[in-house]
Design a protein around this ligand. Structure first.
Ligand code: MD3
Ligand code: FE
Length: 204
């Protein structure tokens, strides 16, 4: 384990190749039931370059009129989200140090050129629960800073199979994905990257 900052743990290559392949297959099945959608920014309606879907009881969505929020249904199909795969619930039990199951798993799908601007995850109402992040596919350059947007930042590469636990003092810190590295994925076609984040949304 590499402690990147207080409360911010990087577990490099936690998942084996076989486990990563099984996770990608589970995500494909989730995407069949709950298709990737393109979130848009509150007020401006500017589209994200990352497409998303969710599994679990709640899912994170965003659009111009409704803004950032968690809801129980897919924004396009109106259906409830598919169940969370057991392997993800097991990873939460292993890493989260929190009583109670995760409520949302946000699936971020990055294709070549996609990025995620600096932001803090603040739509969850249980500050004692960490966010658990799992990276699959292409390597990315990840940036993280402090509790305000102007704090200095550091960068780290995240590779397929890595787990990051974002808790404690780091839970509400700013972070983003600056770029993907081409030709680094043997797991997913077309230099794509998937990031899964497991979250507790409501107070336990
Ligand atoms: C927070 N996803 O969905 S979270 C998100 O790779 C999101 O798609 C990122 O940010 C992604 O909201 C990764 C993992 C993470 C890693 C390090 C952090 C979050 C962090 C450091 C400080 C604060
Ligand atoms: Fe985030």
């Amino acid at each position: 384990m590499i402690l990147l900052a207080p409360g911010l743990e990087l577990h490099p290559a936690h998942f084996s190749r076989a486990e990563q392949e099984a996770l990608v297959e589970a995500i494909r099945e989730i995407v069949r039931a709950a298709p990737l959608f393109t979130p848009t920014m509150p007020r401006t309606g500017k589209p994200f370059s990352v497409r998303m879907t969710n599994c679990g009881p709640l899912g994170w969505v965003s659009d111009r009129d409704g803004g950032y929020r968690y809801q129980a249904t897919h924004p396009a199909t109106g259906e409830t989200w598919p169940a969370m795969p057991p392997a993800l619930i097991e990873a939460w039990r292993e890493f989260a140090d929190f009583d109670g199951p995760p409520e949302a798993c946000l699936v971020n799908f990055y294709e070549a050129g996609a990025r995620m601007g600096l932001h803090a995850d603040a739509d969850e109402k249980e500050p004692r629960a960490p966010v658990l992040s799992i990276s699959l596919g292409a390597t990315c350059l990840f940036r993280y800073g402090g509790p305000t947007r102007n704090d200095p930042t550091r960068s780290v590469k995240l590779s397929s199979g890595d787990v990051v636990v974002i808790g404690g003092k780091s839970r509400f810190c700013y972070h983003g994905v600056d770029r993907l590295y081409p030709a680094t994925s043997t797991l997913i076609a077309n230099d794509a990257r998937i990031n899964l984040t497991l979250r507790r949304v409501t107070p336990a």
